[in-house]
Design a binder for this molecule. Structure first.
Ligand code: XMP
Length: 326
């Protein structure tokens, strides 16, 4: 009989036994898996755990604050945030190819994480305690998928940002390896994690970097972030979070169209809404959102985000479309 309380007790005992008095490291992504994995390990070994959160500047509105304030307040984990926004922006300058963006973001992430790890290791070693363990939020479907090899998984290079640099000398702790997403969410709720994190829909590691079609710049990120926040707020307010697997909001940064606002002509960018329903992201259908919800999102985005003068709806299933536009 599945019971989140039992699983927590079992895992806590196991983690304690495994790591003893060693130091443990975890990369938080802001997503549910790493958040729950870290919270379980913290429950087991307290301040032997240090979490690293890399702000690559491609996060959505409020995500950094949710991790730094709400998550830390509810768990008590020791968190080191690395502000790497400038570094990522420089590395992405002039880059428009989706796979190139993924490679750069993945590479920079590993470099930043390794530097943070070296700093922490130096600190820990001076206390006579090397860092031996790395927490990973691997779920059961991840285990199956990496063993199986699936057709669509290779279309995009899905290195999970927040994933493991291959050559780091760690042993892995993967407390969620036997669990499915809904079970992980139940455990997260039982551990008292913020709903904004536990209920979060899938969000790609490369973040908003692959939701700007064209070059990634600060200004474009700011535009997309505001539009995305409006769409998410309205979908949540309409009670649609459970119906939607995820809803990428995409900025067509190199497209402009003519519009009219007040007495003036506008020449702004389109925003694409891509709400999908899915079981596992391998296939998906576009979600039939109520027209009044679409209307509210469209009105608010075009009124509140000056750079955007048009909102369009993606009505393509997967296949042939992928969920993300890049
Ligand atoms: P696609 O666009 O291939 O997306 O239909 C399937 C699922 O994977 C997510 N996705 C990514 N996740 N790194 C990730 O960690 C990536 O590069 C990446 N690309 C897509 C996407 O959000 C969807 O849930």
């Amino acid at each position: 009989d599945w019971d989140s309380g039992n699983i927590i007790e079992e895992q806590v005992a196991r983690i304690r036994e495994t790591v003893g008095s060693d130091k443990v490291l975890c990369a938080l992504s802001g997503g549910v898996d790493s958040a729950v994995a870290a919270a379980l390990v913290h429950e087991a070994v307290g301040d032997q755990l240090v979490c690293v959160f890399v702000d690559h500047g491609l996060l959505r509105q409020d995500e950094r604050r949710q991790v730094e304030e709400d998550y830390v307040a509810s768990t008590g984990v020791r968190l080191v945030t690395v502000d790497a926004r400038e570094r990522f922006m420089q590395a992405l300058a002039g880059v428009t190819d989706p796979e190139q963006k993924r490679k750069i973001i993945g590479r920079e992430f590993i470099r930043v994480f390794e530097q943070a790890e070296r700093d922490l290791a130096a600190e820990a070693a001076s206390e006579g305690e090397p860092i031996r363990w790395l927490v990973q939020g691997t779920l059961y479907p991840d285990v199956v998928e990496s063993g199986g090899g699936t057709g669509t998984a290779n279309i995009k290079s899905h290195h999970n940002v927040g994933g493991l640099p291959d050559d780091l000398q760690f042993q892995l702790i993967e407390p969620l390896r036997a669990l499915f997403k809904d079970e992980v969410r139940a455990i997260g709720r039982e551990l008292g994690l913020p709903e904004a994190i536990v209920g979060r829909q899938p969000f790609p590691g490369p973040g908003l970097g692959i939701r700007i079609i064209g070059e990634v710049t600060e200004e474009r990120l700011d535009t997309l972030r505001r539009a995305d926040a409006i769409a998410r707020a309205e979908l949540t307010a309409a009670g649609l979070d459970d119906e939607i697997w995820q809803c990428p909001v995409v900025l067509l940064a190199d497209v402009r169209s003519v519009g009219v606002q007040g007495d003036g002509r506008t020449y702004g960018h389109p925003i694409v809404l891509r709400p999908v329903s899915s079981e596992d992201a391998m296939t998906a259908d576009w979600t039939r959102l109520p027209y009044d919800v679409l209307a509210r999102i469209s009105n608010r985005i075009t009124n509140e985000v000056a750079e955007v003068n048009r909102v369009v709806l993606d009505v393509t299933s997967k296949p042939p479309g992928t969920i993300e536009w890049e």
